[in-house]
Design a protein around this ligand. Structure first.
Ligand code: PLP
Length: 310
């Protein structure tokens, strides 16, 4: 009789142990929860291999260091935990998120220096921000007046959980019948959306907001590489909301699905209201390179054990 894999729906690494994802818990008094004092990085696995794993590990480390946290696990161990997690699930396509939380300080203390910083991770089947039919058709986007938390308050290059601005903008978007949303910076220019960066194409030239108003997403960075390789002009510069509405093409980039067309902004059709030629070119290139194993770290599913929890 075959034994069911306890991790068939996903796995998490909590306080030094692997658990089925449905059993994953973070203590209520962890400041990661009570204060959003946390940082994350999300890596995707496609055809049994991580994409840009080393870049994600470096970014993750840079970010928790900036928040003055200490990770109990070094980079090699974190890599092994990720590999082991995917190996245990058996997923060939997966979405793996690693987190650091501030952790807990002695009860009643508000001294952030006393907290016991914690590493966590979970791995679930790959998350597509747009389902295949939505991707073909393109998503509709609402541009909210809500401002993204500014860089003077929270460093936007840190992949953090300050998401109330994004969540409320998404609610507004749903109220207006849109699939998703964008938030703006203090000058009313486009910042980013819930889990993605935003690009406009006008006369063959691609524009995306600069890194002081949004996360420098790993996929955004990949789009720059691919655009430059194919001699497409691409610039990081202020993107007024009106320029987005008047663009020939709009697309988003995310670990959760790669490159996805936006076919409507605030109810107005963009181009011919489906993925345009530049979007298709970058999207096709992104997935063909990934299928070819570009910048990938394969998971050894037959390994006995990659990482054994204590
Ligand atoms: N912007 C925000 C706010 C995000 O949360 C994310 C991803 O979660 C992105 C952009 C896209 O980043 P990446 O391409 O690394 O997934």
């Amino acid at each position: 009789m075959s034994v069911e894999n306890p991790y068939k729906d996903g796995i998490a690494f909590c306080e030094g142990e692997f658990v089925p994802v449905a059993e994953a818990r973070i203590p209520m008094l962890d400041w990661g929860f009570l204060r959003s004092d946390a940082v994350q990085d999300t890596v995707s696995v496609f055809h049994g291999a991580f994409f840009r794993l080393e870049d994600h590990l470096v970014r993750f480390e840079r970010n928790w260091s900036r928040l003055r946290m200490t990770n109990p696990y070094d980079r090699d161990t974190v890599r092994s935990i990720l590999m082991e997690a995917v190996r245990r699930t058996g997923f060939r396509e997966a979405y793996a998120q690693m987190l650091m939380t501030r952790g807990r300080a002695p009860i009643g203390s508000r001294d952030v220096r006393l907290a016991n910083n914690q590493f966590w991770m979970f791995c679930i089947p790959y998350v597509w921000i747009a389902k295949p039919d939505q991707k073909e058709q393109g998503l509709s986007m609402h541009v909210s007046d809500i401002q993204r938390v500014p860089k003077e308050s929270v460093d936007p290059t840190i992949k953090h959980y300050h998401w109330l601005d994004l969540q409320m903008a998404l609610m507004e978007g749903y109220d207006r019948g849109s699939d998703t949303c964008a938030v703006v910076d203090r000058d009313g220019n486009i910042s980013e959306g819930p889990g993605f960066n935003i690009f406009a194409v006008k006369d063959g030239r691609i524009t995306t907001p600069p890194e002081d108003v949004c996360l420098d997403g790993m996929t955004r960075n990949t789009v720059f590489k691919l655009a430059k390789e194919t001699n497409l002009e691409i610039m990081a510069e202020a993107l007024p909301a009106d320029d987005l509405r008047k663009a020939d093409e709009v697309f988003i980039s995310t670990t959760g699905g790669g490159v996805i067309a936006i076919s409507k902004v605030d109810g107005q059709a963009i181009g011919n209201a489906s993925a345009g030629p530049v979007t298709r070119r970058i999207d096709d290139l992104y997935w063909s390179r990934r299928r070819d194993g570009w910048l990938s770290s394969p998971v050894d599913y037959d390994a006995e054990l990659v990482f054994e929890p204590k």
